[in-house]
Structures are given as structure tokens and as C-alpha cells.
Write a protein that binds this ligand. Structure first.
Ligand code: NAD
Length: 553
């Protein structure tokens, strides 16, 4: 019923409306979110079950997917499903307030945590790369990273351009599932954006979802367009079909120094993500299969060149930062010794938000009706009248963000705010003001849920960048608190060997049971960020903790 197999390629679509297919909303919700992750409006490559982020998958293979669906349709509130790297492997006895699905994706014992070992197991059908929200069924399309990217550009604007990005040029590359948020985030912030992607179809997808304004194969045309927009001070985004390094090399030759420079190619995966300079896309696809070792060598060399060119623009004045894809590490391995001379975006722009327990909170209307999201938008704007950033963001998003798949909203909320929002949503469901339950979740890229030394936990004050007790405690807190499904993954964002992270999703179905779970989970989850940052010595986190009575010894 949910998979249309008549087409050449199977087509996945989450059911909508308020009729249950499963036994309760606690299992209907993961079922709909899993199918939504694979909807062709949402996923980058649903034929391969790939949602985003290189090879980030929702299920290990079509058989596993079907079996998960079958089990979710039958599962009652006294049992929970175990998913191991995208495959259903067992059902355990639990209780009504326990998570209905327990997910572990891509985890390996540390000394075996390499892409080589992982890829071998993956090729044998024994593992799957879960990325962050792909394998944990809470990806909401490119909007999921949009606000974070917007906040990052705005914060960089505050720090370096007196808060005014009009007429300023942001240059980047990688316009895939997440990177595709950059052009819209840039124009929402008032800037001009130029981004390269080797794959025309990726840019085309952003044109269709209204995330980018123009697509061109011509560097000269791209430059003419961005220069005209800069001169007029008007926002514009241009996608150039090109290798990232080649575009930057031309900018250097032309003496054109961007105001801001970053990158979101899928550099975290040197074999199945990044495309080496000088290869056509089809050649790259062939070489990946024929000679992965040679591919990796070319990939690392290209990343070294790419970062070398970024460093040159940094020297010439571009505000340059790594955007969470581990490009610097692989460039270093490829022979660029100064790769870490520009900072990552977390220490540069995001950590102060983490100290307030803030992070990429998101929610989805299971009814499929956009009106339900507008109802939640209004409720939040009424509940937080003093939060002008939130109000500005929601108003902008309503005008400029097209929904992909089930209607959803992202909004960075912190300690206190998340719990309040969750209970408001539960009331909206209970009183019938929205037509079906609301799913509440977040990215694994959050204040207290991830250990990733080249990204979220780069340059921690006390040097605990690589300590992964924190995401494990986060997982345990959310499991015992009663999230609806929980997950623990490895390798998201920056690749195998470089990160460990936990996810949670909790469903507001309008019942008193849900209210109890929401109160615990949406309190504990941001509190983990405050504990983690207080423990690492951040005064702001300690202050925030005091406000909420979170004593840390
Ligand atoms: P994706 O796989 O959907 O897209 C990556 C894009 O990069 C593709 O369109 C590909 O064609 C392009 N590309 C590859 N090599 C290129 C090259 N040499 N030149 C130009 N384009 C090239 O991945 P995504 O979901 O967009 O994620 C991109 C990266 O950002 C990943 O490494 C991911 O882990 C990371 N990420 C960062 C954040 C964050 O918050 N900063 C969040 C999620 C993901």
C-alpha cells in the first residue's frame, strides 16, 4: 500500500490524514517518518534508499525496509523493535512509555572504525551508513539544515560585516541534500551566493524546490550574475555546474575575493561522496566501483588542492570556515599541512547557542496538511512573543520555504523552550486544532548529543573533544525518559571514525501519556547540552543551568 511498485523505480509515500494503519500513533509515526525519509521529494536517491549526506540510508535494503514496515504495522505498546544498521533484528518486551523503536546504525569498535572496514562490511550487506537523520527517520528535507545555515551566515555577518550582508558574496560548493540549503539561507540573510556542484541534477533539484535562483554551466555567466546582484545590493543565488576547486581557482585568477567562503561537498566520504577533480561524474561512478583505492587517492589529493585554494582566498581576506564535512582532515591526509588554518563553524559561530541548550528542534505534521504547521507556527509565535529571532525566522520561512514531503518546520529552540513547545503541540492535538499528531525531533547535531572533534566538539575548552560518554548518556536519558524512538549512530557529518551521536524523536499524540513523556524528554535532552558544556568549563552554560535549576557538581 505504501510502496508503489508499478513504476520502474519503487515510489515511497507516507500515508497522510488521521486514519491509523498501525496499532497506535506511537508506531504509525515512525512508519510515516520512515516512508517520508524515502519520498522522492525528500530523499536524494530513493532508488538506493539514500536520503542525504553521501550514502546516508533509511534502511539497509528493500527487504529490510518491507520487514520494518510489516513489524511497525503490528507492533503493540508492550514491545519495541530493534534495528541494527537499517535491518530489523528483533522485538523486545517493554512497556507503554518506552521507545517503540531502538536504533543503532554504523557503530564499530574504535580500533576498527575506518571507512575501509566499514565499506567492506557494507559491500557484504552487513552494515549501512545512517548519517544523522537518514537512518533515524527524522530527515525533513533541506529545510532541516536551513535555519542553522541561516543563523551561521547571520552570525558571521554580525561578527564581520556589522550585521549587514547586502551586496556581500558567499561562496561555497556542494548543493546536495544539506548543502542545498546554503543558497536559500544566504539570500534569506540578504547576501549573494555562488556555489559549485559537479552534478547538474543536484542543482536542478534545488531550482525545483526553490532553494536556488539560477543554474548555469558558464563560469562567466555566473560571475556576471553575482556581480550585478552585488552592485545592486540584491539577494541572488547562482549554482554553477563545476568542480569546487576549479571554481575557486578561477576566482583567484580573476582577483575576486568572496566575503565568506566555505564548503559542503560530501567530503566526509572520500570514496562514495567527494568527486575528485578532473573526473566526469560518470567516470567517477565507474572508478568508485573499479578501483576504490585509486579513487580515494585522487579524492584526497583533490581535497588538498581544494583547501589549498581556500587558504589562498582566506589570505586575501575571505572569512573562511569549515562547514562540518571534515574537508580539512581529508585535505591534511591528501598533503595540505595547513588545512586546519581555518576554523570549523561550531567554535566560530554555534557554541554559544549550545551553551543555552539550543539546537535544531524540528516538528512534522503527520496529517500531511500544511495548515497544521501554520497552526503550530502561530502557537509558537504567541507563546514566545519576546523571541524576535524565532518570530522573524518563522515569518521568513512561511514565505520562502517550500515543504518537501510531510509538512515540517525547523526552529532552533533551547532549554525551557523545547518543553513548552512540545506541551503546546500536544494540546493542539488533544483539542483537535491540528488534524493529526505532531512528531517532534532534532538533528543529531545538537548541544548535548554528539562527540565529533572536527565539528560539534571541536576545540572544547577542556580538551574533551573526543569524549563520547556524552552522546551515550544522551541516548540513555532519552530512552529512559520515554522518547518514541531513539538512535545511536557513528560517522555522521564527518565520516566513519570521526563522530558518535544520538538521536531522539517523541510524538505528541494529544494523550496525557504523551504529555508525561514530552515533559521528561524535552527537558532532559537540552539539559544534556548544558551539563556537557558546564562540565567543559563554559560559564554561559553554568549560568543557563542555574536559571533552570540544573545543578552540576
Ligand atoms: P550530499 O551527498 O547530498 O551532497 C553532496 C554534494 O557534493 C553532491 O551534490 C555532489 O555532487 C557534490 N560534490 C562532490 N564532490 C564535489 C566536488 N569536487 N565539487 C563540487 N561538488 C561536489 O550531501 P549533503 O547532505 O548535502 O551533505 C554535504 C556535507 O555536509 C556532508 O559531508 C555532510 O556530512 C555535511 N553536513 C554538514 C552539516 C552541517 O550542519 N554543517 C549538516 C549535515 C551534513
Amino acid at each position: 500500500e505504501f510502496i508503489d511498485t508499478h513504476a520502474n523505480h519503487p515510489h515511497y509515500k507516507a500515508p497522510i490524514g488521521n486514519r491509523l494503519h498501525a496499532k497506535s500513533w506511537q508506531t504509525e509515526a515512525p512508519l510515516r517518518m520512515l516512508l517520508n525519509n524515502l519520498d522522492k521529494q525528500v530523499a536524494e536517491n530513493p532508488d538506493e534508499l539514500v536520503v542525504y549526506g553521501g550514502i546516508g540510508q533509511a534502511a539497509r535494503n528493500p527487504e529490510s525496509l518491507r520487514k520494518i514496515i510489516e513489524i511497525l504495522l503490528e507492533l503493540d505498546e508492550h514491545h519495541s523493535l530493534l534495528v541494527q544498521s537499517g535491518k530489523p533484528v528483533g522485538i523486545v518486551r517493554t512497556h507503554p512509555q518506552a521507545p517503540r523503536v531502538l536504533i543503532a546504525n554504523s557503530n564499530l569498535v574504535p580500533a576498527w572504525s575506518t571507512w575501509e572496514h566499514f565499506n567492506k562490511l557494507r559491500a557484504e550487506g552487513l552494515m549501512m551508513f545512517g548519517q544523522m537523520t537518514a537512518g533515524s527517520w527524522i530527515y525533513i528535507g533541506t529545510q532541516g539544515i536551513l535555519q542553522g545555515t541561516y543563523e551561521t551566515f547571520v552570525e558571521a555577518g554580525r561578527q564581520h560585516f556589522n550585521g549587514d550582508l547586502r551586496g556581500k558574496l558567499i561562496v561555497s560548493a556542494g548543493l546536495g541534500g544539506m548543502g542545498g540549503a546554503q543558497p536559500l539561507a544566504a539570500t534569506m540573510a540578504g547576501a549573494v551566493f555562488l556555489g559549485a556542484d559537479v552534478d547538474e541534477s543536484r542543482i536542478q533539484k534545488r531550482i525545483e524546490s526553490k532553494y536556488i535562483d539560477r543554474l548555469t554551466h558558464s563560469y562567466d555567466e555566473a560571475i556576471a550574475l553575482v556581480k550585478a546582484a552585488m552592485a545592486k545590493g540584491e539577494p541572488l543565488s547562482v549554482g554553477l555546474v563545476s568542480d569546487a576547486g576549479d571554481m575557486i581557482e578561477k576566482l583567484i585568477a580573476d582577483g575576486l575575493v568572496p566575503d565568506m567562503l566555505t564548503d559542503q561537498t560530501s567530503a566526509h566520504d572520500p570514496i562514495n561522496g567527494y568527486v575528485p577533480n578532473g573526473l566526469r561524474l560518470d567516470e567517477a561512478v565507474d572508478l568508485r566501483k573499479a578501483d576504490p583505492e585509486q579513487y580515494k587517492l585522487l579524492s584526497l589529493k583533490s581535497m588538498a588542492r581544494h583547501v589549498g585554494l581556500m587558504l589562498e582566498l582566506q589570505k586575501r581576506g575571505a572569512i573562511t570556515f569549515d562547514y562540518g564535512n571534515n574537508l580539512r582532515e581529508f585535505a591534511r591526509q591528501g598533503g595540505e599541512p595547513d588545512a586546519f588554518n581555518f576554523p570549523g563553524f561550531t567554535p566560530a559561530f554555534i557554541r554559544p547557542l549550545f551553551c543555552e541548550g539550543k539546537g535544531p528542534f524540528r516538528w512534522v505534521a503527520l496529517s500531511g496538511d500544511p495548515e497544521d504547521i501554520y497552526t503550530t507556527d502561530r502557537a509558537l509565535m504567541e507563546a514566545f512573543p519576546e523571541n524576535t529571532a524565532l518570530i522573524n525566522w518563522i515569518e521568513k520561512a512561511q514565505k520562502q520555504v517550500a515543504f518537501q514531503g510531510l509538512p515540517a518546520r525547523i526552529c532552533w529552540l533551547g532549554m525551557g523552550e523545547r518543553e513548552k513547545a512540545g506541551l503546546i503541540f500536544n494540546d493542539l492535538v488533544a483539542t483537535g486544532k491540528v488534524k493529526a499528531p505532531i512528531v517532534i525531533g532534532r538533528d543529531h547535531l545538537d548541544c548535548g548529543s554528539v562527540a565529533s572533534p572536527n565539528r560539534e566538539t571541536e576545540a572544547m575548552k577542556d580538551g574533551t573533544d573526543a569524549v563520547s560518554d556524552w552522546p551515550l548518556l544522551n541516548l540513555m536519558a532519552n530512552t529512559s525518559g520515554g522518547a518514541t524512538w531513539v538512535s545511536f549512530h557513528h560517522g555522521g557529518g564527518v565520516g566513519i571514525g570521526y563522530s558518535q551521536h544520538a538521536g531522539m524523536v517523541v510524538v505528541a499524540d494529544g494523550t496525557p501519556r504523551a504529555a508525561e513523556c514530552l515533559k521528561r524528554v524535552l527537558h532532559n535532552d537540552p539539559a544534556m547540552g548544558i551539563f556537557r558544556h558546564t562540565d567543559a568549563g563554559y560559564d554561559k552554560a553554568a549560568e543557563w543551568g542555574e536559571r533552570f535549576g540544573l545543578k552540576v557538581w
